[in-house]
Design a protein around this ligand. Structure first.
Ligand code: PAF
Length: 286
């Protein structure tokens, strides 16, 4: 497994593979990998096959964090991540520095961003106004350096995957986007690097996100229900966990992300809940 930290070297390697007709599968990550990330890597390998190349990137992207968010504190364990990726047979791990990704940021100011203007406005975009601008910008930059034929993202970040698919379509990136299922802990909590921040009591109560999704699914199995009513019921359900502070619950069309007034089987639901300073998200199709 090769570890590449220079953007120019990554792009040179990718161009060499491209010229040879080798398929490139890509999994962008911010590191501190868990089994969910590793399942994305396995999916990339499955798609490109043994003859293809699998690249994973590890980069905690500053532009997707607001100044008030947890950038400095974001968990990191490069040694452990590299060991896991090596065991999975990844060909290249791309680990750029901030200076490689945003060379002009210090001093003169980095000044080119990609902004998706529709799907990125609600939910995570409303709660974290500059977040998706940072995500689309870094993912576009990574695509330009890794030149993937296929890139794999997790379903846990449902809105992120939708925004990236839209960017790829709108800007004609020649990349197929695969969205792979969320992996869950034994009790149902969605795997996330941020789960590490939870203390034992918060961790025990964090399963409320999963239970809320299940409760909503049950509520719409036989009949539809007004979004307003289901929202009120779920708010009560979630805040019955004393450490949980609800940020949002949304019901929307899985394609357009437009909110729906009436929730039925097939509606997508997403929610964000704080436990202390830790904000957890989850989603499912009901
Ligand atoms: O989902 C993530 O980990 C990040 O948002 C991504 C896609 C790696 C971009 O920094």
């Amino acid at each position: 497994m090769q570890i590449v930290s220079s953007s120019a070297a990554m792009q040179r390697l990718a161009r060499k593979w491209q010229r040879a007709g080798t398929h490139i599968g890509f999994v962008p990550t911010m590191g501190y990998l868990h089994a969910g990330h590793l399942s994305l890597v396995q999916r990339a390998r499955l798609v490109v096959g043994k003859a293809g190349k699998v690249v994973a990137s590890i980069y905690v992207n500053p532009t997707q964090f607001a100044p008030t968010e947890d950038l400095a504190k974001y968990p990191r364990d490069l040694k452990r991540d590299l060991k896991s990726l090596r065991e999975l047979g990844v060909d290249v791990v791309f680990t750029p520095s901030d200076g490689e990704m945003y060379p002009h940021q210090a001093g003169s100011g980095y000044s080119t961003y990609i902004v998706e203007e529709n799907l990125s406005q609600s939910m995570e975009g409303a709660a974290r106004p500059t977040h998706f601008r940072g995500v689309t910008t870094v993912v576009a930059k990574l695509f330009n350096l890794v030149l993937p034929d296929v890139a794999v993202f997790g379903q846990k970040d449902f809105q992120q995957a939708a925004v990236i698919k839209r960017m790829v379509a709108d800007l004609n990136f020649p990349v197929r986007i695969i969205v792979a299922p969320t992996l869950r802990e034994r009790d149902g909590l969605a795997m996330s690097s941020r789960n590490k921040y939870l203390d034992p009591e918060q961790r025990a109560q964090a399963v409320i996100l999963y239970h809320a999704l299940q409760a909503a699914r049950m509520a719409v199995t036989k009949q539809s229900i007004s979004a307003e009513r289901l929202h009120a019921d779920l708010k009560e359900f979630i805040t019955a966990a004393p450490l949980a502070r609800l940020d949002y619950v949304s019901f929307f069309d899985p394609e357009t992300l437009e909110p729906v007034k009436q929730v039925a089987a097939g509606t997508q639901m997403a929610l964000a809940v704080f436990f202390g300073k830790t904000r957890l998200i989850d989603n499912a199709q009901l």
